[in-house]
Design a protein around this ligand. Structure first.
Ligand SMILES: C[S@@+](CC[C@H](N)C(=O)[O-])C[C@H]1O[C@@H](n2cnc3c(N)ncnc32)[C@H](O)[C@@H]1O
Length: 305
């Protein structure tokens, strides 16, 4: 299996997120469970819970370990397939692939790339639209189970995943640090529905800036804030009542989907997130984002000057 682990020993942990979250019923009034606190350590949110910063990564890993097998099916069911339209639009706008016989093939890093949904679209676009079979995508994710699904999909689609010239490769790595990725080495860094799960988003943005070449593009597709009060109420009602229930029925895991819904609510507004991208050193194009479906999702883009 060509999932490479760099910088740390890989641990396959069968623990289901639901088991962990079941324990989380006993909160203190601050929303912090005693076992999620560490004296003097700053806390961060994990959905609507507050947990010690050092614990969030493993909790997020448990969620995606639990959802990995059903992740693609659940995405289709929960969004009525709309996530495919957003992802298609995201990739078409980025237009990956070399644009002329004189230009170099691109090196693309799809961060928090999970099961490869964005990466496969990039490769397909580079080949079919730009006639470029040389552009390569590195799919980087902290979760080995999600990447294993991606490797399986790559092989089904006929892509090699091993060797220097493989069009797609999969790497286990924390996106906040990307230790295995050299400075100024990436042309395009994408992240779709990933960054809201990171413990330290500022650190991830500054790392994205580090690994991009000058002129390189950072682009993020993420759930965002709906700009219409009535639609927002309908959307929240749907999210909180239907999605965890579907998680239970289809994947046998209500709690992980409850976390995913809560994490969307906790994510900053379009304006605030655009400010964070600018603070990491990126030049924003215009206001810096584009709403999709009334702001249910948004695409944020910045360039490293
Ligand atoms: C909702 S999935 C999105 C997967 C894929 N990008 C897509 O659009 O289908 C979020 C992904 O973020 C990954 N993730 C969460 N925290 C991460 C981190 N610190 N570094 C790298 N990946 C992370 C999870 O493991 C998961 O695969």
């Amino acid at each position: 299996m060509s999932v490479r682990g760099v910088g740390r020993v890989l641990r396959l942990r069968p623990t289901r997120a639901s088991a962990l979250l079941q324990q989380s019923r006993c909160f203190s009034s601050s929303g912090v469970r005693p076992q999620d606190q560490k004296a003097g350590e700053p806390t961060t949110h994990f959905g609507f819970q507050n947990v010690a910063e050092s614990m969030k990564e493993s909790k997020v890993r448990d969620v995606f370990n639990s959802v990995a097998k059903n992740y693609d099916t659940m995405n289709d069911v929960m969004s009525f397939g709309i996530h495919r339209i957003w992802k298609d639009q995201f990739v078409q706008q980025l237009n990956p692939g070399k644009k002329s016989i004189f230009s170099e093939p691109m090196t693309i890093l799809d961060l928090a790339g999970g099961t490869g949904d964005i990466a496969f679209r990039m490769l397909d676009h580079a080949r079919t639209v730009n006639g470029d079979p040389e552009t390569k995508v590195k799919v980087v994710d902290i979760n080995e189970e999600m990447l294993k699904e991606g490797v399986r999909r790559a092989h089904t689609l006929g892509y090699r995943t091993e060797g220097e010239d493989a069009p797609i490769s999969f790497l286990v790595q924390n996106g906040e640090t990307l230790e295995a990725i050299p400075d100024n080495s990436i042309d395009l860094l994408t992240i779709a529905f990933g960054i809201r799960n990171f413990t330290n988003k500022e650190k991830a943005l500054s790392t994205a800036h580090r690994v991009l070449k000058k002129g390189g593009v950072f682009s993020c597709l993420e759930f965002s804030k709906v700009d219409n009060f009535v639609l927002d109420q309908i959307y929240r009602r749907y999210s909180f009542s239907v999605i965890p229930m579907m998680g239970q029925l289809i994947a046998g895991d209500r709690d992980s989907y409850q976390y995913l819904v809560e994490s969307i609510i906790k994510f900053p507004s379009q304006k605030d997130f655009a400010g964070m991208i600018r603070d990491a050193g990126f030049q924003l194009a215009g206001k810096g984002w584009q709403d999709l479906t009334f702001g249910v999702a948004a695409i944020h883009t910045g360039v490293k000057l």
